[in-house]
Design a protein around this ligand. Structure first.
Ligand code: CP
Length: 308
């Protein structure tokens, strides 16, 4: 597939060769940044960064990626400051913005909202998170991080811990890693926050061993531990959130019971699920993971605008 002109909305159905292409170009982008060179690859392009839900990493790493590639960004960083607050639809907003820019990056709270935008416009749309749906660019930077940290993406045993029901990063990562023959997916969550059965069924249909557990001790036997935050903002009943918050707290002490070689990842932000005493362990990869977002998002911008 050529990515030129295409949308990046989901990792469902992404092919191994496409994923490898993104990872290879991300590595080239890292080379550009590390050599302190600012590319002129997209110097004639303007990108709309429309964030109608809070974000630190995704929005700022996209904006950094735009600048590193010599392009310009126009940004909405607060839904209250766009005309969505006056009742404008996503489709009308998108059709308007299409006249200003060459590519749209969007985060908004509705599952399928990025698809609505993509259907309304002819320029590439990149989903920066659609509610509890998908977060494909996070999954791609997660793959890039795993490859760097582990040396290889093939045959990994990956445990995902926390809010697997509402956690869009988990949904996207489960599909994105699936072509690399994972040895096992371990889904570790309280029953109320377990991953959707449809996703487990899709993985089993690909021949991937899937285990559901509530025990973080079991999850600590994996090669990669992917911690996630319990997503307070997705709960209709906050009393339910209060019951579930704090279900898992990773500490140095607990980690000593597990695989000594485990790679600890988290899409961030964290609340209380990883104790700060874990941060200076050499295998705590989550801040390196966040930094990798710039390189992967540079690659995606260059690819969809036909310059990579
Ligand atoms: N990982 C992630 O999506 O972080 P932000 O919500 O800060 O963008």
């Amino acid at each position: 597939m050529t990515f030129a002109g295409k949308d990046i909305l989901t990792t469902v159905g992404m092919k191994k060769n496409e994923l490898i292409e993104v990872l290879g170009i991300s590595a080239k982008m890292e080379g550009i940044v590390r050599n302190e060179r600012v590319s002129t690859l997209l110097q004639d392009k303007v990108v709309a960064v429309l964030f109608l839900e809070p974000s630190t990493r995704t929005r700022l790493s996209f904006e950094t990626a735009v600048k590193r590639l010599g392009a310009k960004a126009i940004t909405v960083s607060d839904a209250k400051t766009s005309s969505g607050a006056k009742g404008e639809t996503l489709a009308d907003m998108a059709k308007t913005v299409e006249g200003y820019v060459d590519c749209i990056v969007v985060r908004q709270p509705t599952v399928g909202g990025a698809q609505i935008i993509a259907d309304a416009v002819d320029i590439p749309v990149i989903n920066g998170g659609d509610g509890a749906g998908q977060h494909p660019t996070q999954a791609l930077l997660d793959l890039y991080t795993m490859q760097k940290e582990r040396g290889n993406l093939e045959g990994l045993k990956v445990a995902m811990v926390g809010d697997l029901k509402f956690g869009r990063t988990v949904h996207s990562l489960t599909y994105a890693l699936s072509p690399f023959n994972p040895k096992e997916y371990m889904f570790c969550a309280p029953d109320a926050l377990q991953i959707q059965e449809s996703i487990v069924n899709d993985m089993r249909a690909k021949g991937i061993s899937c285990v559901k557990t509530a025990s973080i001790e079991k999850a600590l036997q994996a090669d990669v531990l992917y911690m996630t935050r319990i997503q307070k903002e997705r709960f209709e009943d906050l009393a339910e959130y209060e019951k579930l918050k704090g279900s898992y707290v990773l500490t140095r002490e607990i980690l000593f019971k597990g695989n000594k070689d485990i790679t600890i990842m988290h899409p961030l932000p964290r609340v209380d699920e990883i104790s700060s005493d874990v941060d200076d362990l050499p295998n705590a990869a989550y801040f390196r993971q966040a930094h990798n977002g710039v390189y992967v998002r540079m690659a995606l911008l260059a690819l969809v605008m036909g310059r990579a």
